[in-house]
Design a protein around this ligand. Sequence first.
Ligand code: PSU
Ligand code: MN
Length: 312
Amino acid sequence: MGITRQPDDSVLRPSAEVAEALEQGAPVVALESTIISHGLPRPRNLEVALELEEIVREAGAVPATIAVLDGVAHIGLDKSELERIADDPGLRKLSFRDLPAATALKASGATTVSATSFLAARAGIRIFATGGLGGVHREWAETQDESADLDMLSRTRITVVCAGVKSILDVPATLQRLETRGVTVAGFRTDEFPGFYLHSSGERVDWRIETPAEAAGIMRAQDTLGGPETALIVANPVPVSEQLDPELHDRVLAEALAAAEQEEVTGQAITPFLLGYLVRGTDGASLEANLAAVRGNARLAGKIAAAFRRGD
Ligand code: PSU
Ligand code: MN
């Protein structure tokens, strides 16, 4: 018979600032690192990583960017660690299932929404900001490619502030999966599910909230009700004034999907491939829309964290 090991916090390394904030119950917002390493072009990605942390601070919370470095899950990175995430072209993309291997084999990698949600919740962080979630890919019937993000959010008590799911995906199918898996979705000042680069995906959401305090109230109700440890998705659209031109979006996305098929891009590589194609194919306009979305999400997450802490 093998030896059963209990979970042990020595696998996590919170930064001094994050450890102190968590100990005091101060608001903390987790940020993922895959968007930095695989989702945004260099060298802009480092600027963005630093800027997002600053936005979270301005909103009244402590930022904790999460990544695995040499087998250790860092909860909160310093500047040189952020540089490593932004600069290393060989850095792995780690979803939840990769964490045991990365830990045991002392590997380094950026964490996706699934891995970041798990590690954040494990460290005691309740709120997380990103750009767009992963979801069901358009070729699902052939590939069965559904992001591990959805599964993790159906069993992790975390609030994810995002601009919907990436528009490269099958959005209605993704919303259906979230419904089936019991993940609560609320639109922030919108009745429509956001479309990542676009203000709206055209799909409806059942719940609309107007304030960070309402998000905090839903989080408290999750705890009071009990039951399966599911996530809350706060879907926060990019403002119409900062969205990508919808026509340009649709045209370049169609080209990107065709190119991915032609070049037989599959698995983990497909999301970075499509995002990169959109940046080039729109002359950087998709990047600006993506950044506007992520900035807004970091700001709102900071405010929700502060409201949750105050008990608003
Ligand atoms: N949001 C962005 N850019 C990104 C991602 C999210 O604005 O690059 C990343 C997240 O880390 C998400 C991942 O978890 O893309 C999804 O990858 P996949 O489809 O392979 O599960
Ligand atoms: Mn996938």
